[in-house]
Every structure is written in C-alpha cells, then in structure tokens.
Design a protein around this ligand. Structure first.
Ligand code: ADP
Length: 192
C-alpha cells in the first residue's frame, strides 16, 4: 500500500495535486473539505453541524471529523492506498489516524507539505472564491481565520510526522505541472 498525506495551508493547492497524484498512483483520494461540502449541500445533520464551524473559518470538532473519515476508510478496505487531503488537521486527528490505520494493518508512508506564503494563499483563495461557489472563500476575515487555525492547530503536525521521518516539504509556488512532477519524484524516490 501507499498512503500519503497532502499537507499545507488553505489554498496551497492540496486538492489540485491530490487529484493528480491519486490518478497517477491508483490511490483513493479523501478530502475532508469535499466530504463536508457534500454533507452541507444535502443539508444532512452532519452537514448542518459542520456549517456552523466552516462558515466562520473554524475547524470542525475532532470527534465529528474523525468519525466521518473512519466511515470513509471503511468503504475502501481493498484500496491500493490513500491520499488524504485536509486530514489530519490537529494532533488528536493524527493520533486517531494512527490508531485507525493500525487496526487495519496499514501505515502512513509520507506527509508531503506544500510550502506557500500567507500573502500568496489569501490572493489565491479570493481568486478561487470568484468561481468556486464556496462562501468561505469570499470573505477575507473568514480566510484569515482559517489561516490562523492552520498556524495554531495544523502546522504543528509537521513536526509530529518529521519526528517519525515521514515529512517532506516541497515549494508550492510554480505551475501545477511542475509541482506535480516534483511531488512524484519525491514519491518515486520513497518507493525505490
Ligand atoms: P481549505 O484547505 O482551502 O481550507 P478544505 O476544503 O480542506 O479547504 O476545508 C474547508 C473547511 O472544512 C475548513 O476550513 C474546516 O472548517 C473544515 N475541515 C476540513 N477538513 C477538516 C479537518 N480535518 N478537521 C476539521 N475541520 C476540517
């Protein structure tokens, strides 16, 4: 199995790269942001709960997010591997992920972190908001909140994986194709 985490601030290009990597390596792509948006668009109880947090740029509480991810993994027990995009985002989520994966006899191979400056991500997210239909992409104060949540709760995860020799940083500025090729080179090196 090949199990990857795509890591980086909001708007760093995780989703775009995750889709390409999933296709190239035959992995199941799981984006917790996409899962929440699906639930919200169908007005499910989970979606309504998540919306309270997402609309303010806050992280959804761990127990909700972890439960949703566990369900999704259970739907793909025969996967060749996973690429997780937007999960884990807190240390308790990373610990829960270890426990879940261990229960299946799986492990995380690599965390790939996209390095992009704060100014660049605000510009990118506002631009994405012009067409994405995501209300959390149009309000600069919500975007700044998401970045604050990232710095406070998510960025420390890099060290969690670095301590386990699983963390890799890649420059997230450049063309989609350039970044994709660079990430593939890191993955191929790990596999060889
Ligand atoms: P972005 O990376 O651009 O912020 P996502 O689609 O990954 O976008 O996430 C959108 C929102 O969904 C986040 O701001 C957060 O509120 C919520 N969310 C997504 N994944 C998680 C997670 N693992 N834990 C808590 N909240 C999450």
């Amino acid at each position: 199995m090949l199990n990857l985490i795509l890591f980086g601030p909001p708007g760093s290009g995780k989703g775009t790269q995750a889709i390409k990597i999933a296709e190239a390596y035959g992995l199941i792509h799981i984006s917790t942001g996409d899962l929440f948006r699906y639930e919200m668009s169908h007005n499910t109880p989970l979606g309504l709960k998540a919306k309270e947090y997402i609309s303010e740029g806050k992280l959804v509480p761990d127990e909700i997010t972890i439960g949703m991810l566990a369900n999704k993994l259970d739907q793909h027990l025969d996967a060749k591997g996973f690429i997780l995009d937007g999960f884990p985002r807190t240390i308790p989520q990373a610990e829960a992920l270890d426990t879940l994966f261990e229960s299946h006899g799986w492990h995380i191979n690599m965390l790939l972190a996209l390095d992009v400056s704060e100014d660049e991500i605000v510009t990118r997210i506002l631009k994405r908001g012009e067409t994405s239909g995501r209300s959390d992409d149009t309000d600069e104060s919500v975007i700044r909140n998401r970045i604050h949540e990232y710095e406070a709760k998510t960025a420390p995860l890099y060290a969690f994986y670095d301590d386990r020799n699983k963390a890799y940083t890649f420059n997230g500025i450049g063309s989609i194709e350039e970044i994709f090729q660079g990430l593939c080179a890191l993955i191929d090196e790990h596999l060889s």
